[in-house]
Write a protein that binds this ligand. Structure first.
Ligand SMILES: CC(C)(COP(=O)(O)OP(=O)(O)OC[C@H]1O[C@@H](n2cnc3c(N)ncnc32)[C@H](O)[C@@H]1OP(=O)(O)O)[C@@H](O)C(=O)NCCC(=O)NCCS
Length: 188
């Protein structure tokens, strides 16, 4: 991914993954201000659209330096925004990237995130030349853990009491998928 190359728009059977921009702030705010989503992510719900705009701007800064990349996930049939997925961090020296993702609640349970992450994983290994893709998630976030397992990620461990959220400590789970496992899944 050189500095001059255009933003990578990715396509799957049902989805288009395009650049997340400040025009998505309102739509993304709907998700990040939802308390159920906030509890799963482990952050307080956003209170205004300016906050989602500022997160998007920080992604744009990271993309400028090629240290991160965020996609808006839209339905192919009508371009409806349904969520986001990203490499929140790209560590070029160690060829690793950390993914993040969220879907608007009404689109849960239909395999959309599995489909979106599959294509960004492929992009990560083939185009970003990553060797390792990692993710971490609150231990209580079973949908996220199931998603990572479904995609072939291994659980590396549980970091006990690693976050303090709403008056209690929570465990976090760490996952990774290596290039050699992705190219040769039977050997996992
Ligand atoms: C994490 C999150 C994206 C997972 O969403 P999800 O809907 O469970 O994941 P998918 O879109 O891949 O859908 C998978 C589900 O759809 C079902 N499904 C239906 N059609 C499917 C299809 N064509 N292909 C694959 N799965 C399909 C699967 O069986 C699975 O359901 P199950 O878990 O009950 O078995 C969602 O819970 C979310 O946005 N949470 C809030 C944000 C968050 O937690 N982010 C992670 C923080 S680290």
């Amino acid at each position: 991914m050189s500095r001059s190359s255009p933003f990578p728009i990715l396509e799957t059977q049902r989805l288009i993954l395009r650049q997340l921009t400040v025009d998505d702030s309102e739509n993304w705010f709907k998700n990040l201000s939802d308390d159920e989503v906030a509890v799963l992510i482990g952050m307080e719900p956003l209170e205004n659209v300016e906050e989602s705009k500022s997160i998007i701007k920080s992604f744009s800064d990271r993309y400028e330096k090629r240290n991160g990349i965020a996609w808006a996930i839209v339905l192919k049939e009508d371009y409806t925004f349904i969520g986001t997925c990203s490499y929140e961090k790209i560590d070029k020296e160690n060829r690793s990237g950390e993914i993040g993702y969220d879907l608007l609640k009404e689109y849960w349970g239909r395999g959309f995130m599995t489909e979106a992450l599959r294509i960004i994983i492929e992009y990560g290994f083939e185009n970003l030349n990553l060797n390792r893709i990692e993710a971490h998630t609150a231990a209580i976030n079973m949908a996220s853990r199931d998603l990572l397992r479904r995609l072939g990620f291994s659980e590396e461990g549980i970091s006990r009491d690693s976050s303090f959220f709403r008056g209690e400590f929570r465990d976090d789970c760490y996952y990774s998928l290596l290039r050699r496992e992705w190219t040769n899944p039977n050997k996992i």
